[in-house]
Design a protein around this ligand. Structure first.
Ligand SMILES: *Cc1c(COP(=O)(O)O)cnc(C)c1O
Length: 426
């Protein structure tokens, strides 16, 4: 984009650029394939000598326009959509790690990501070491090995709501010659742009606030273009040495700052195929058009509800980084001065059983396995997502047995508080 637009404008205008007579609204290119006039034209695409569409598993104009919008919002050079946040996290790591490699990860991450990294990637021969994100730089550096290829963390962790010190993590990663990958799902680029603090790659579950309406599971990987792969060419042979599956082409030489996303598309999408449907990308784009309007409403409502809960004597504790007495308030103020996200966790006096009774008494607020959409919803990890664990195991996993996760929507805060109040009184 020639002009540097502000985030609000990018939400509406970035991505789809219609030419004379084109549809004003991003069209759904619901086509698996694309037509060419000569065999030679098609052959050049297969050799990555020309850019162009030929098969939707590799690239599709609807998907690409939405990826370009998210890249613009994050301030990155290139992006790729995936069919889920899980696929985005897997590709982000697998693009630079292979069997025999290792990476370091904050222990405060989403449960699905934890399983992917600790169990499934281990089966592929890739090992992870989890570190306490609040530990000192020296302690975290001790987890690095000669075969370590990246450092990973979540800006705000789901569901423990810990705020990552992005600058500290970037310093550690860069001192070890590896990139920092940040999952920025909860704040979205409206509230935090990790590249401005030194992150190299950002991943998203677009399923959450970006879609915002709980319609489509999806993910995205964005590259800042800032990491100098060639400087550490021995660590990243996949990017810096010839790819035999593309006639000996070297990604960093041929694509410069586009190397990481081009490799992820040309190798991982080609071989693993977790593409979003163009229909889903169209819906994601509609969601993105109002992201800048919805995020402040989520945050303002969450702040009101958190303050209400904190002042209620039936409530034992409240965890929300917008509360001044929260452990992560200073980091939240630094990295997310406009607001963090709409997710709160809290516990009731009386513990686990009282939490269940409270949730059943809610009328408007629904019990669902989801966070971060327009409707306020609630989940009790001890009875739902983590129900196989004993109270002791729950505490080890950082999930208190009485923890209620409340995802505040964009309704009127008075109505949300009224529903919570009537449920507490019952
Ligand atoms: C939900 C979530 C994911 C997984 O995304 P899916 O779209 O459900 O596959 C990854 N990271 C975070 C922080 C999430 O909240």
């Amino acid at each position: 984009m020639a002009k540097e637009f502000k985030p609000e404008t990018l939400c509406v205008q970035a991505g789809w650029k219609p030419k004379k007579g084109d549809p004003r609204v991003l069209p759904i290119y619901q086509s698996t394939t694309f037509k060419y006039d000569t065999s030679e034209q098609m052959a050049r695409l297969f050799d990555l000598e020309d850019s162009g569409y030929f098969y939707t598993r590799l690239q599709n104009p609807t998907n690409d326009a939405v990826a370009a919008k998210i890249a613009a919002l994050e301030g990155g050079v290139a992006a790729m959509l995936t069919s889920s946040g899980q696929a985005a996290n897997f590709y982000a790591i697998f693009n630079i790690c292979q069997a025999g490699d290792h990476f370091v990860c904050s222990s405060a991450i989403y449960g699905g990501t934890f399983n992917l990294f600790a169990v499934t990637m281990k089966k592929l021969g890739i090992e992870v070491t989890f570190v306490n994100p609040d530990a000192s730089e020296e302690e975290i550096k001790e987890a690095f090995r000669p075969n370590t290829k990246c450092l990973f963390g979540e800006t705000i962790s789901n569901p423990s709501l810990e705020v990552l010190d992005i600058e500290k993590f970037a310093r550690i990663a860069h001192s070890q010659g590896v990139p920092l990958i940040v999952d920025n799902t909860f704040p979205t680029p409206i509230n935090c742009r990790p590249f401005e603090w030194g992150a190299d790659i950002v991943v998203h579950s677009t399923t959450k606030y970006m879609d915002g309406h709980a319609t489509c599971v999806g993910g995205c990987i964005v590259d800042s273009g800032n990491f100098d792969w060639d400087k550490y060419a021995d660590k990243f042979p996949g990017l810096c040495t010839p790819d035999e599956s593309y006639h000996g082409l070297t990604y960093t030489t041929s694509f410069g700052k586009g190397a990481y996303i081009t490799k992820a598309t040309a190798q991982l999408m080609r071989d693993l195929g977790s593409i979003p449907s163009p229909q889903n990308s169209f819906l994601l784009n509609i969601g993105l058009e109002t992201l800048h309007l919805r995020m402040p409403q989520h945050c303002n409502n969450a702040q009101r509800v958190a303050e209400y809960l904190e002042s209620n004597d039936k409530v034992a504790w409240v965890n929300y980084c917008g509360l001044p007495d929260n452990k992560y308030y200073p980091l939240a103020q630094k990295y997310m001065p406009k607001g963090s996200c709409g997710v709160i966790s809290f516990g009731l006096k009386g513990g686990r059983d009282t939490s269940i009774k409270f949730m059943d008494a809610l009328e408007m607020v629904a019990i669902v396995t989801h966070v971060a959409d327009a409707r306020t919803c609630v989940l009790h990890p001890a009875s739902h997502t983590h129900r196989q664990l004993s109270d002791e195991q729950l505490m080890e996993a950082g999930v208190r047995p009485d923890l209620i996760r409340l995802s505040i929507g964009i309704e009127n805060a008075d109505d949300i508080i009224e529903d919570i109040e009537q449920a507490l009184n019952r």
